[in-house]
Design a protein around this ligand. Structure first.
Ligand code: DC
Length: 208
């Protein structure tokens, strides 16, 4: 079974995807990490994230970079949003994601274009959303927990800017697949969100 979980930054899609992976005992890939690794490598190599050729040169990052906790920084998330808009960067990471999705036994992937580009044939597709303000609140609390004192307004502005960039790019923009189920986590606890996600997957399985 392939499960696709898409949605904007801080919507809760990563938490939901991890919980689904545990529930169904499926391997999980956080595809945002791949773009974050490219962004990080761009910085390390002193390249320009806005230049497609520079970003492509950074796609050959070392595997162990995916474990680096610095990939989770908001600065890297911003840069990831920039490098991920280049079609050739997306092309460079495409086969790896498709292979992961179509491994024997199935898989669960979360990102922006899983249901539309990476696994349009997924057995269950979820599109996770929450209002920008609520996502900013969650991200702000998470940053504070890590000792990062970025202001709420800055976090909110950042979320809005990333939404705009991820949704308006021409290559695989963030859009809900026509056959995805919408899960709005704005007013749901993590537990309720996960329960709803499982119900969506079960309903999709019944339709198979
Ligand atoms: O989910 P995230 O915040 O870790 O993703 C970081 C950036 O990577 C996001 O702003 C857009 C890009 N991304 C993408 O374009 N396609 C994906 N499947 C996953 C992430």
């Amino acid at each position: 079974m392939i499960i696709a979980v898409d949605g904007p930054a801080a919507s809760g899609k990563g938490t939901i995807a991890k919980a689904l992976a545990r529930h169904y005992r499926l391997p999980h890939l956080d595809t945002g990490l791949l773009y974050r690794a490219v962004a990080f490598a761009v910085g390390q190599l002193d390249l320009d994230p806005e230049k497609e050729a520079d970003a492509v040169a950074a796609c050959d990052f070392e595997e162990r970079m995916l474990e680096d906790p610095r990939l989770r920084d908001d600065r890297i998330g911003r840069l990831a949003s920039i490098v991920s808009a280049h079609p050739l960067v997306r092309a460079a990471l495409l086969q790896r994601q498709k292979r992961f999705a179509h491994q024997p036994g199935g898989a669960i992937l979360d990102g922006r274009d899983i249901g539309t580009v990476i696994a349009p044939d997924a057995d269950a597709k979820l599109f996770v959303k929450a209002t920008p303000r609520i996502r900013a609140k969650r991200r702000h609390a998470e940053l504070q927990g890590r000792g990062d004192l970025t202001s709420f307004d800055r976090v909110l502005a950042d979320i809005r800017q990333r939404d705009e960039r991820d949704s308006s790019r021409s290559a695989a923009p963030l859009v809900m697949a026509a056959d995805a189920a919408l899960l709005d986590t704005s007013f749901l606890s993590i537990d309720s969100s996960v329960q709803k996600a499982i119900a969506i997957v079960e309903a999709a399985r019944l339709l198979q």
